[in-house]
Design a protein around this ligand. Structure first.
Ligand code: PMP
Length: 447
């Protein structure tokens, strides 16, 4: 072993030992697959703590963090007002299974923030939020079929765990053993950013489709913004979806688990000026604690039990700690200048990454909507999943590994978005850009 390699091994020695122990008792050593780092050919670091924009691993290495728990931590780690709210709530008891005032306070904050949401129900994860919204759409319309875009991720519930097929309107094939085809055969797939495909699938299944569910800014095949300029009046993809859903009487569900409170306080729907029928929220809404929600038109939401017959429940739903963390986070986000700061920090990061890639002569396609970014190792623009799959993932792995070794932690796959928090200051961004110069050079050596 060279001395440099030995140093790298020493640098991660405790993480390596911890991960060996983890693998013995948990599948892949993790509780969510991407955390195992398989896409980048190494083992993960094990985290000890986080503060602000920085996480520290159990070997004592510090990293500027663009994972941010895959999106929730828009204020950074262990933010003071969120911490205070959680500890105050914890002191009063962790869970009751009875109404608390905090639930109404967060519900009111969500209704005030998200334009289309009139009534909201809290759940514990994004998966649950989308699964429940789909049940509501099916129950309210009495129709079985749903439409989703290839490459959009809506959690791991059976109906939605369907990946790309070829062609415009492929019938759903399950992405995982254990998901019956009898369920996914009701899931119709279309490519993202393609309105003709929507029209075709709607025409082919008239009066059978309950809803179309979409990430208004795709964030699970990298970050892919909705196409501008397309659709009937050139108003863009999301406007086009709204029009087609109205025309064919299909409910439009925005999965804003990632984009809610992220791309704008009111989510993508406020940024792009679209009113979906139902909206799913998660991540930021719980300030880092397990919390998600679905909400929307009152006439639909009143069909949820116990107001209506469509059943959905949860022992820990509306958990007081999660409500407190969510409320503190939303309050902090409403202070003057927060989104302007996120925008300028993220714009500086975007520009710096672009310059660094140019200098290293590495073709990239870089996207950004507010504080959400996507870095694709691609010579051509990426507007949907099949294109995303053509990216050079080996180059990404080289880039990722160099960044990690130089104190910058990214989600370990090209198909994850980067997130910036209010705790990322100028120094953190400049350090990231410096590290990227080395990392792009490393990537440039990979074919
Ligand atoms: N929808 C979207 C858009 C997501 O990004 C995610 C998670 N990344 C989910 C749903 C599922 O959320 P959870 O992991 O909390 O179940």
């Amino acid at each position: 072993m060279t001395s440099q390699a030995a140093t790298q091994v020493d640098r991660y020695a405790r993480s390596a030992a911890a991960f060996a122990g983890a693998k013995a008792v948990m599948p892949g050593g993790v509780n969510s697959p991407v955390r195992a780092y398989q896409a980048v050919g190494r083992e993960p670091v094990t985290v000890r703590c986080g503060k602000g924009a920085v996480v520290t691993d159990i070997d004592g290495n510090e990293y500027i963090d663009y994972v941010l728990s895959y999106g929730p931590l828009i204020l950074g780690h262990a933010e003071e007002s969120v911490l205070a709210a959680i500890s105050k709530a914890a002191g009063r008891g962790a869970s009751f299974g009875m109404p608390t005032e905090a639930e109404t306070q967060l519900a009111q904050a969500v209704v005030d923030a998200v334009p289309s949401v009139e009534v909201v129900r809290f759940v514990n994860s994004g998966t649950e939020a989308v699964m429940s919204a789909i049940r509501l759409a099916r129950g309210a319309t009495n129709r079985p079929k749903i439409v989703k875009c290839t490459g959009c991720y809506h959690g791991h519930s059976d109906s939605l765990l369907v990946q790309a097929g070829s062609g415009a309107t492929t019938l759903g094939v399950p992405s995982s053993p254990g998901v019956p085809e009898s369920i996914t055969s009701n899931t119709l797939l279309i490519p993202y950013n393609d309105l003709d495909a929507v029209r075709e699938v709607f025409q082919g299944h008239r009066n059978q489709i309950a809803c179309l569910v979409v990430e208004p800014v795709a964030g699970n095949m990298g970050c892919i913004p909705p196409a501008p300029g397309v659709g009937p009046n050139g108003q863009g993809y999301l406007h086009g979806l709204r029009e087609l859903c109205d025309q064919f009487d299909v409910l439009l569900i925005f999965d804003e688990v990632m984009t809610g409170f992220r791309v704008a306080f009111g989510g993508a729907q406020s940024l792009y000026g679209i009113t979906p029928d139902l909206t799913c929220l998660g991540k930021i809404i719980g300030g880092g604690l397990p919390c998600a929600a679905y909400g929307g038109r009152e006439d639909l939401m009143r069909q949820i039990s116990p107001d209506g017959p469509i059943y959905q429940a949860g022992t820990l739903s509306g958990n007081p700690l999660a409500m407190a963390a969510g409320l503190a986070t939303l309050q902090a986000l409403q202070e003057d200048g927060v989104y302007e700061q996120l925008e300028s920090t993220s714009a500086r990061l975007e520009a710096g990454l672009r310059d660094a890639a140019n200098a290293a002569n590495v073709p990239i396609y870089l996207t950004r909507v507010g504080s959400m970014l996507g870095l694709f190792f691609s010579e051509t623009p990426i507007t949907h999943y099949e294109q995303a799959l053509t990216c050079n993932t080996d180059r990404f792995a080289a880039f990722f590994n160099s960044m990690l070794d130089n104190g910058i932690i990214l989600a370990p796959a090209q198909y994850e978005a980067w997130f910036v928090s209010t705790a990322h200051d100028e120094a953190a961004i400049e350090k990231t850009i410096k590290a990227s110069e080395v990392a792009f050079t490393a990537a440039s050596k990979v074919k």
